[in-house]
Ligand binder design. Structure first.
Ligand code: AMP
Ligand code: GLY
Length: 422
């Protein structure tokens, strides 16, 4: 089978790395890819936004299956464009992906179908949003409706910062059309947990849980990022009872909601949850694999990923099982100095070879230039290790990190430390 993966981040490197191991894959391409992906697949220099070029490539190369990584490609209707040409592609359609690309739509879906989430109200009129925020207790959370590169969520500590957030999002249109509407919601306290489930429209296949580290610096300090590191499984947080509750209150109701609303959702569903004293609450739905969750999840997946993707497309998840390595995995993200703010690129990365046994280095923002691998983005590498237990996986991941050098490298020293708490 010939496969094309769309994207060029750490998540896509993990997808490519896993698909490469499938005995049924005869050719593997990635558009646009990165320096690490180039070792496992043929990189094709096409833009994710150039749907006609991607379709032309898939038709010319007779690609059997295309797998979409990033949210913006789903929101832009890449899946619909491929399907219209009769090409097989993994990921939800534009209409189904609104569950991620519109927070107003997602909140309404959750409320309609009894999926636990923070209490909220949506606004189209900024004056009304301003008025509403004056009556509430703080902190509260202001969210731009649309996709905003992970920057559209503001935790407001005071009426003044809520007013600033509404002004920036709705009036100054800092995130463009994504800020035509806002969601104002209650601030939830708890620990976050990433859930992944393949959804075939009728049933789902739950993956093990994972925990991300969203903040830039140690001890959850600093600005929110795309994710600075992950581990799986999060056994301390995600007990079997909690998993049962998540199946019942989030996933079963999600599937029932799809049916009731006539939404044909096929692809990965990744709800971000806050585990509160009042139970799990959905912060957001992501309609794709998480990054850097995919790096630890696929490291733990036993056997072939391809049949799982195919069962999702053909509606046969109910009869499908996945097997997972019992060993935990830890992924530490190495980012460019300054990320998630401004950062320099073009720094030479040294120490990529050899990696310690049990470590895989997934590339994100990297490129090859004059024979060297250089930094080319905010998140640069995801150093991922599998260990006998969580302390061993952690130690091994950091052993990998300590061998790698580039100017200004920024990473957290405490990834997975919360997994070791009593
Ligand atoms: P979202 O894109 O909605 O997941 O929000 C990004 C991040 O903002 C989440 O991962 C949380 O860390 C934080 N966040 C979002 N909504 C809330 C909330 N209602 N209460 C507390 N933190 C939140
Ligand atoms: N790691 C969080 C995300 O992929 O959205």
């Amino acid at each position: 089978m010939k496969i094309l993966v769309i994207g060029g981040g750490g998540r896509e490197h993990a997808l490519v790395w896993k698909l490469r191991q499938s005995p049924r894959v005869t050719a593997l391409y990635c558009a646009p890819g990165n320096a690490g992906i180039a070792q496992d697949a043929t990189c094709v220099p096409l833009k994710i936004s150039d749907h006609s070029a991607l379709i032309a490539f898939a038709e010319t190369e007779k690609i059997d299956l295309t797998v979409v990584g990033p949210d913006d490609a789903l929101a832009a209707g890449l899946v619909d464009a491929f399907q219209a040409r009769g090409l097989r592609i993994f990921g939800p359609t534009q209409a189904a992906a609104r569950l991620e690309s519109s927070k107003v739509f997602a909140k309404a879906f959750m409320e309609r179908h009894g999926i636990p989430t923070a209490r909220s109200r949506s606004f189209e009129d900024s004056a009304e949003a301003h008025r509403y925020c004056q009556q509430l207790n703080y902190p509260l959370v202001i969210k731009a409706d649309g996709l905003a590169l992970g920057k559209g969520v503001i935790i407001a500590q005071s009426p003044w910062s809520a007013a600033m957030a509404i002004y920036e999002i709705m009036e100054r249109r800092k995130f463009g059309e994504a800020g035509r509407r806002v969601v104002v919601e209650e601030f939830l306290e708890g620990e976050e947990c990433s859930i992944h489930a393949l959804v075939d429209g009728r049933s789902y296949l739950l993956f093990p849980g994972a925990q991300d580290h969203k903040r830039a610096y140690d001890q959850d300090q600093g600005p929110n990022t795309g994710g600075m590191g992950t581990f799986s499984p999060p056994d301390r947080l995600l007990t079997p009872e909690l998993e049962k509750q998540i199946r019942h209150e989030v996933l079963d109701r999600f599937i029932a909601g799809l049916k009731a609303d006539g939404i044909d959702y096929r692809g990965m569903l990744f709800p971000g949850l806050m585990i509160t004293t009042d139970g799990p609450k959905v912060l957001e739905f992501n309609c794709r694999f998480g990054d850097p969750e995919t790096q630890v999840l696929l490291t733990r997946l036993e056997g072939d990923l391809l049949p799982l993707l195919e069962a999702t497309l053909s509606g046969q998840l109910e009869a499908t099982q996945a097997r997972w390595k019992p060993q935990p995995a830890v992924c530490v993200v190495m980012a460019s100095g300054g990320y998630p703010g401004d950062y320099a690129t073009g720094k030479t990365i040294e120490g990529l070879d050899p990696v310690p046994d049990g470590v895989t280095v997934f590339h994100a923002g990297t490129r090859r230039s004059d024979g060297a691998v250089q930094t080319a983005g905010g998140r640069v590498l995801g150093v991922t290790a599998l260990g006998e237990d969580l302390p061993a996986a952690r130690a091994l991941a950091y052993e990998g990190v300590d061998r790698i050098h580039f100017e200004g490298a920024q990473f957290r020293r405490d990834i997975a430390a919360k997994g070791l708490l009593p």
